[in-house]
Design a protein around this ligand. Structure first.
Ligand code: DC
Length: 229
């Protein structure tokens, strides 16, 4: 059997910095990137567009299995352009509302089952950096390196606040903190693939660390496992 492309799994709650770190790490190593949260966001967005209730598990499972989405990575130095059913939704899926829809559809077993293979298909040479909630526990249990990245809820809300403000959104810190608490609660308590560290994950608290410091720790862990780009 030929060797499987190596995987680095980065899991953690929203606002822990995992998306930014995963993208930087993938670029540094020259590896592929899977932003698994984008798939759940896309599904939540598509469900709203098609008028499907966020509790209708059968219909959402079918929609997930047939989701017409392309990740166009041809723009050098930028994140992928995400096209859903011919519509560029790269920015539209990033707001808090879509995040809340994503968290709801992500709790449904048929949805997770339908998206499993789609996520595993990203595992290609020379390697994959995958970020999400269950990368190390369910989707890539054989990952060569698993990172569980956390930060205090207050710090995560503050980071989201700065991000959204920089984009010109009218945001309120207290309501962001509340949304983060609700989402954490739902993602952690759901029955299938809840947010939790894999037994063999390296746990990293980024509350007082910069993105560069987090990246350095992960690169050192990768080098210790001979995972080089
Ligand atoms: O990482 P994110 O904020 O883009 O994720 C949006 C939601 O999707 C999150 O609240 C939970 C869900 N999600 C998941 O259940 N499993 C994943 N692997 C990634 C995201």
């Amino acid at each position: 059997m030929s060797p499987q492309p190596p995987v680095i799994a980065i899991d953690g709650p929203s606002g822990s910095g995992k998306g930014t770190v995963a993208a930087l790490l993938a670029r540094r190593l020259g590896w592929h990137l899977l932003d698994s949260g984008a798939l759940y966001r896309l599904l939540g967005y598509a469900a709203q567009k098609h008028g499907i209730e966020l509790t209708d598990e059968q219909s959402l499972g079918r929609l997930a299995a047939a989701l017409d989405v392309q990740f166009d990575t041809s723009r050098l130095g930028q994140g992928p352009t995400i096209v859903l059913e011919g519509e560029d939704v790269t920015h539209a899926i990033r707001n808090e509302q879509v995040g809340a829809w994503a968290s709801q559809v992500a709790a449904l077993p048929l949805v997770r089952q339908a998206l499993l293979q789609r996520q595993q298909d990203f595992q290609e040479m020379p390697g994959l950096v995958a970020d999400g909630r269950d990368m190390g526990t369910v989707v890539f249990p054989q990952a060569a390196l698993k990172i569980f990245l956390t930060a205090s809820a207050g710090e995560r809300a503050r980071r989201r606040f700065e991000q959204l403000k920089a984009k010109g959104s009218d945001v309120n810190l207290a309501s962001l903190l509340e949304e983060i608490r609700v989402r954490d609660e739902r993602d952690t308590r759901r029955a299938v693939a809840p947010l939790k560290p894999a037994d063999d994950a390296v746990q990293l608290d980024s509350t007082t660390l910069s993105i560069e410091e987090v990246l350095d720790v992960i690169l050192n862990e990768a080098a210790a496992r001979h995972l080089e780009g």
